[in-house]
Design a protein around this ligand. Sequence first.
Ligand code: UDX
Length: 438
Amino acid sequence: MKLSVIGCGYLGAVHAAAMAELGHDVIGIDVDQSRIDALSAGKAPFFEPGLPDILASATASGRLRFSTRMEDAAGSRVHFIAVGTPQKRGSYAADLTSVNGALDALIPFLNAGDLVVGKSTVPVGTATNLAAAVAASGTGASLAWNPEFLREGFAVKDTISPDRLVYGLPPAEAEAVSAKALLDAVYRSALDAGTPLIVTDYATSELVKASANAFLATKISFINAMAEIAEATGADVTQLADAIGLDPRIGRRFLGAGVGFGGGCLPKDIRAFTARAEELGRGESVAFLKEVDAINLRRRQRVVDLTVESLGGSVNGKKVAVLGLAFKPFSDDIRDSPALDVAVQLRGLGATVVATDPHAIENSRRIHPQLEYAVEPADALANADAVVLVTEWDQFRHMDPVWAGNLVRDRIVIDGRNCLDAPAWRAAGWTYRGLGKP
Ligand code: UDX
């Protein structure tokens, strides 16, 4: 099937490549010329495991092309809108400028029977407004909503074999039938493999995405709240998580206590959800998400405070090695990264921060040139007065504490992800501090 993907950021670039990998004929469109140049050359503009391989094979096969010209979307049967919906400046609400702009630019190139498919994360009610714009265009096209649940680091796998597919279909019966048939053809391989499919209305499909991310954020903040209680009582939050996680109704995943969640989705999505609920006069229903956000931000502060405390009350003039900059491993994304936030705060308190990360140094340097960066962890560790681990990359989790101990000035480690083998680090002479741990 001929598909267009409007917006070639994280979501769009992966979606375009994955759809071509599945055999569709795909044109990816973005306003950013340098991004389009990189993608056309088969190069991923960000670090995502598996993406370079499928980009290279799909561009070489001719099934995947990229362009900055919206007119190249003409002739595709299904048009995915995958542009960003960042947090609005000075507000919690989502900024829909790109979504509205993408649709306005696409409308002149739609043909009768085409389907516009929203994938961007939007406030509930957006699809209805966009469908009205499509209807008013008189093109004979229609609109469906099809939220995306991909995780960075696993984006290719999550796109090709998703946990579930959700279709938010138009209210008119005939339009819904043809939209479903087109989406089924797009996702034939996943459906044949038994992927569960939920067919619903616009509002439910939009809310599935908002509530899934709200739930995940709440689960993380729940365990981080327990970490705060553990800190006041001498309990161990990791053992607590193991024990409650064995209840299948609770489950152990997303009970990793530490410096908290970040990234381009969870933080802004819970804020946008709060803002939308307030617009709907239902602010109370999700008021707890403000607490989820507050708990999350307190954990970054806790890591900073622990570092200050471990260094005798001040980090001024001390060298702190920060292990990790990306918001999570297997990503070079630093959007709302707790790791980068901690590094910047420590620098603000007068520490000489030398940060290292296998993939996120370049992105970090662009925004925070005041920090020092070391490609080799050994250079970050050299003569450090304290070590702060804030992204649980394998190379940090499995770092040899004896080797690291011979590089630093003082053996103080703050494990912001509770991922180190504390007894091994203590045995190697380190003062080990975790979060929510005795
Ligand atoms: C998330 C959702 O998982 C995905 O379904 C949605 O489409 C987009 O948002 P992503 O942002 O890629 O995906 O990251 P995710 O793996 O969910 O992690 C989010 C943050 O939570 C990271 O900063 C991670 O370090 C943190 N986290 C995760 C914890 O602090 N503890 C945990 O137990 C799990």
